[in-house]
Write a protein that binds this ligand. Structure first.
Ligand SMILES: Cc1ncc(COP(=O)(O)O)c(C=O)c1O
Length: 370
């Protein structure tokens, strides 16, 4: 199998642990182990303290799968599989697709959502938003269907634009998929990061019999280091194929991570709401910053999630701007090139604690140079 480099991850590999300030991370600040254990009930703490570090169940610890199902209509733990989010994306595409299938995918997007499809030799069409408002139009998606369309890949809240759909749009997509008997893989990694006054969408697995929902602890819960994600779907046969494929990859998840994820999922108010509050406060600060730099930037605030894709008016390519910025100031930003997106945009992430400090540094730098 041949697969292209994952540009965004390669760029992070170069800078994430050497740059002093990260302004483009999509995850929320990582919670400490201690802060998770402080929320644990006596029973949960007992499970943690008596945990044996052997192999775990391939589908995921039953108590973790039970905790996950609090967030879905489905209530059968056989309809959940746990693994790392990227692994679940990789397995899903391998299980569902053959070389002559056609796939529709949101674009720009986290590269693995399209790259695994391409590596499997499938035909692919990209569903793109209007860049003046970062809105996706379902009537455009409808024109992209082909007789061999087998899968539609969604990602709302959307990385990198912060776009979101309304319920009517999601229902229209489900109707289009159903007419064609196509699957929907819905990457819901930023689920529940509802930062504006718009209604929350249900997970696709609640409303479509061929819908596959992906979520995990990395973004919403601020626990990327657990490497825990999960798929939920009504189709048990598909999940059995996922588990069989997983035997060639991780086989099972990390035992401590499963228990920590279970504790987090059982205490959402302690972890999700602080992240929402932080994102909102950082967006407000960024909006004020933009007022002072409105010749250089054009900002469409995200509707949901933790990131925005901000237009920048520089003569040079955005990659050059980002490279210079990190070299001169230690501030790492992700340029549009990492999403193979034409035009000049920077992804900005609002989930980190030191966002105000980093923004001040950027402000100083821009005041000196622009
Ligand atoms: C849309 C989307 N899907 C999946 C992932 C992968 O999540 P993880 O890094 O936890 O594997 C990311 C990470 O940035 C993402 O933005």
């Amino acid at each position: 199998m041949r697969i292209k480099d994952f540009k965004l991850e390669r760029y992070f590999a170069e800078h994430e642990f050497t740059a002093k300030y990260l302004l483009s991370s999509s995850d929320c600040e990582g919670y400490s182990l201690q802060s998770i254990l402080q929320q644990a009930s006596p029973t949960e703490l007992g499970i943690w303290e008596n945990l044996k570090l052997g192999y775990t169940e391939s589908k995921g610890h039953p108590l973790l799968r039970q905790a996950i199902l609090q967030y879905y209509f489905i209530n059968d733990i056989e309809q959940v599989v746990v693994a790392s989010p990227g692994e679940l994306n990789f397995i899903t595409m391998n299980v569902l697709l053959s070389p002559n299938d056609h796939v529709l995918v949101v674009s720009p997007a986290y590269q693995s959502l399209s790259e695994v499809v391409v590596s499997l030799g499938c035909e692919i069409s990209y569903w793109q938003p209007d860049p003046t408002k970062w809105e996706f139009d379902v009537s455009t998606l409808a024109t992209l269907f082909q007789p061999n369309t087998r899968l539609i890949i969604l990602n709302f809240p959307h990385n990198p634009t912060g776009a979101y759909l309304n319920r009517q749009q999601l229902d229209e997509i489900v109707n289009l998929a159903r007419q064609q008997q196509a699957w929907i893989f819905s990457d819901e990694m930023y689920r529940k990061l509802m930062i504006s006054q718009i209604p929350e969408l249900p997970p696709i697995s609640d409303i479509y019999e061929k819908g596959i929902s992906l979520w995990g602890t990395s973004k919403t819960f601020g626990m990327a280091g657990l490497r825990i994600g999960w798929l939920v779907t009504q189709d048990k046969e598909f999940l059995n194929e996922v588990v069989a494929f997983k035997d060639y990859l991780s086989i099972c998840s990390s035992a401590p991570s499963e228990i920590l994820a279970m504790i987090a999922l059982n205490h959402p108010d302690s972890f999700i709401q602080p992240n929402i509050n932080k994102i909102k406060a950082n967006i407000e600060l960024f909006s004020a910053f933009i007022q002072n730099h409105n010749k250089l930037f054009h900002f469409i605030p995200p509707k949901a999630g933790s990131v925005a894709f901000v237009k920048i008016n520089t003569p040079e390519p955005t990659l050059d701007f980002s490279n210079r910025l990190v070299k001169k100031t230690g501030i790492m930003t992700v340029p549009a090139e990492m999403f193979d997106y034409p035009g000049k945009f920077l992804r900005i992430g609002f989930g980190r604690n030191n966002f105000p400090e980093v923004l001040k540094k950027l402000d100083n730098y821009l005041n000196e140079t622009h």
